[in-house]
Each structure stands twice: as structure tokens, then as C-alpha cells.
Design a protein around this ligand. Structure first.
Ligand code: ADP
Length: 159
């Protein structure tokens, strides 16, 4: 069984995340989406909300499972005998960040391989922080997130 993990904040999940999940899901027998609960970060959506959204969006996709983790991703992977991390890359800024991250993870555990997946051109400029900014000012985010997330954002930022 070839398994991979896709870690991230997913605050909130976007069409860019879902595209990577769909494409990576087709390459592996199992994809573990790992939702970060980093105590040093401030999130708009609680970890319970982020997990509930992703689970609902991925309902029926048997190859994809959702987990929560509040520490280094390599510590999640080691005891589960997992060795592949998938990350999405939107452009060169993402690439340099993701490249460094992959070096750090490799230094922590030499058995880890990181696979960088270029974004679909439709989601090139899509990032969760921009979605939140736009939603705060009641801008149209319908091309960036699925309707379920759009509704959740409207509840966070009622007009
Ligand atoms: P963001 O960077 O939007 O805050 P996350 O921290 O949740 O999102 O990112 C998790 C992973 O998803 C990262 O590898 C990130 O590069 C990737 N990702 C986020 N948005 C996109 C997108 N539009 N296209 C491709 N990958 C993406």
C-alpha cells in the first residue's frame, strides 16, 4: 500500500487544497490529510470546524482520511510507518518555502520524501489568507472555495 500525507492548516479548505487532494489521491492507495493544530498559530476556524468541513467535503472518498496533529509532521509519520509528504506549490515563493521545509523534514528523518505538486493554473493565486481577507469585506469567494466553506465564512463574518 502506497500511502502519503498532505499536511496543512486548511483554514479554511479551498478549491486549491481540494484539487491537490484529488490529484494526489489518484496517485496513492491512501492519502492522509493532516490538519494542523499549531498552538503558535491563530486560526479563524477551530480545529473541530476545519476537520468537519474537510470531512464533509471529502465524504465518500474512501482513499482519503482526515487526522489532526499538533506537533511536527515527522512525529505523526514515524509511528505509522509513513514516508511521503505531498505539498502544493503555487509559484516560486511557495517553492522556496516548501523546498526549505523539505530539507528540514529530511534532516529530521532521512526516510521522508517530499513530493511537490504544482497547482492547477485555476488556483494559482488562491491562498487561504486571501480568502479570509476577501470574506471579511464580504467579497465574492465563490470561485475560491466550495459552497459549504462559503457558508461557513458568511457565518464568521455576518453582514
Ligand atoms: P495556505 O498556504 O493557503 O494557508 P495551507 O497551509 O493549509 O494553506 O497549505 C497546505 C498545503 O496546500 C501547502 O502545501 C500549500 O502550498 C497547499 N496549497 C494551498 N493552496 C493551494 C493552491 N491554491 N494550489 C496548490 N496548493 C495549495
Amino acid at each position: 500500500m502506497l500511502k502519503a500525507v498532505f499536511p496543512g492548516s486548511f483554514d479554511p479548505p479551498t478549491l486549491g487544497h481540494l484539487n491537490i487532494i484529488e490529484r494526489a489521491g489518484s496517485l496513492f492507495d491512501e492519502l492522509l490529510v493532516v490538519v494542523a493544530e499549531n498552538p503558535r498559530k491563530k486560526y479563524l476556524f477551530s480545529v473541530e470546524e476545519r476537520v468537519a468541513l474537510i470531512q464533509e467535503l471529502l465524504r465518500g472518498q474512501k482513499k482519503v482520511k482526515v487526522y489532526v496533529w499538533n506537533s511536527l509532521i515527522v512525529e505523526f509519520m514515524k509511528p505509522r510507518d509513513l514516508h511521503i509528504i505531498v505539498r502544493g506549490v503555487r509559484g516560486t515563493d511557495d517553492f522556496s518555502y516548501e523546498f526549505e521545509l523539505s530539507m528540514i523534514n529530511k534532516a529530521l528523518d532521512a526516510t521522508i520524501e517530499t513530493i511537490l505538486m504544482p497547482t492547477d493554473p485555476r488556483y494559482f493565486v488562491l491562498r487561504a489568507s486571501a480568502v479570509k481577507e476577501l470574506a471579511f469585506f464580504h467579497g465574492d469567494v465563490s470561485s475560491m472555495v466550495p459552497p459549504l466553506v462559503e457558508e461557513a465564512l458568511q457565518k464568521k463574518y455576518p453582514s
